[in-house]
Design a protein around this ligand. Structure first.
Ligand code: G4P
Length: 198
């Protein structure tokens, strides 16, 4: 998805060697055209997998799960970070350490929305430490559903997440893979070319 890399180059702000701020089109304000393109790209990458459900985690994964689910013609479901009183007590849960918020939280998902009949595609905005994905994978395994793979919008390939998830036997499709970054520049993996950013 060329538009994604273009947006990262033009609007992304590298806050440190570890953190990329993309608040103007992913994490705060959202670009719906980009979201739908990303959804179509994930749907195409996993078109032969007979996906029945897209799974993500709130909050920034939701729009990409929506775009992907719409393109695949299936529902999406998201793990919640705070339990709602409307949620049933029959839940899958996992504890996840947040990379950007520096806290551990419990994610939950009603058991009725993930069953052994499902073939699941995970979608998320960032792959960093892989903590959120590990939590979601645990829930899928517990449910008896099949896991087809993970669609990631931005992968920070220099962090441990990719290896962790691949070692768990999960196929990953990342649309933008960042090899390294520092304030002022980003190196993407495929092209190994330096891009100037703000
Ligand atoms: P993950 O690799 O499995 O996603 O887990 P990790 O614990 O590493 O990351 C969890 C959170 O940190 C996610 O959001 C993810 O989007 C965010 N994140 C990781 N690296 C970066 C980064 O470089 N820039 C930005 N902007 N976010 C990053 P979250 O804390 O759950 O927040 P949200 O989804 O509610 O916005």
């Amino acid at each position: 998805v060329e538009l994604l890399k273009e947006k990262i180059r033009l609007e992304g702000k590298v806050l440190s060697d570890m953190v990329l701020k993309v608040d103007s089109f992913i994490n705060h304000q959202v670009d719906p055209v980009l979201v739908m393109e990303i959804g179509k790209a994930f749907a195409k990458a996993f078109e032969d997998e007979h996906i029945t459900k897209v799974l993500t985690i709130e909050s920034s994964g939701i729009q990409f799960a929506m775009g992907t689910a719409l393109a695949l013609g299936v529902p999406f479901v998201y793990a919640k970070k705070k339990k709602a009183i409307t949620q049933s007590s029959d839940l899958y849960s996992a504890s996840v350490e947040s990379f950007t918020r520096n806290e551990t939280y419990q994610i939950t998902l009603s058991k009725q929305f993930l069953t052994p009949n499902d073939r699941v595609l995970i979608v998320d905005d960032f792959l960093a430490t892989g903590a959120a994905l590990v939590g979601l994978i645990g829930m899928i395994r517990e449910s008896g559903a099949a896991l087809a793979g993970a669609g990631i919008v931005i992968e920070k390939s220099f962090q441990e997440g990719r290896k962790l998830i691949e070692d768990a036997g999960v196929r990953i499709c990342s649309l933008a893979r960042i090899a390294s970054m520092s304030p002022g520049e980003i190196h993407f993996i495929e092209e190994l070319k330096t891009s100037s950013v703000k």
